[in-house]
Design a protein. Sequence first.
Length: 145
Amino acid sequence: MRLSAQWISGFTDGEGCFHIGISKHSQMTTGYQVLPEFIIVQHKRDIKLLYNLKAYFGCGVVRKNKGSGNIYSYRVRNRAHLMNIIIPFFEKHSLKTMKKVDFQKFRKVLLMMERNEHLTLTGLDAIRKIRRQKSLISQDRVQPQ
């Protein structure tokens, strides 16, 4: 199976997730760890697709979701891979649905992390606010193309 960039972008619009997790972590300076992650989830019958995504991007892992029976996911958590592979891909191959807003928020948080803002309480609060926003800027709505 050969995947095209356009197909991956469209598939991500329907099945992808740009997630920013925040979890308690006593060894972090703020007491919390920020965990960005790009995820695509599929039933076991489509596991080949997940491995093809992994091969296309050259990063990430395919794993069975804990406690979910036949559900598997392709996940990219490595910050360098997110910044150098995933973000540039979706900047070049734009999403068409409201998932584009999720991507913009995800990108904004990763850029903040590049500046180590997530290591301060002020930065952590800003990241929490970004996660709660429904859209980044009301004028920057996704327009059908």
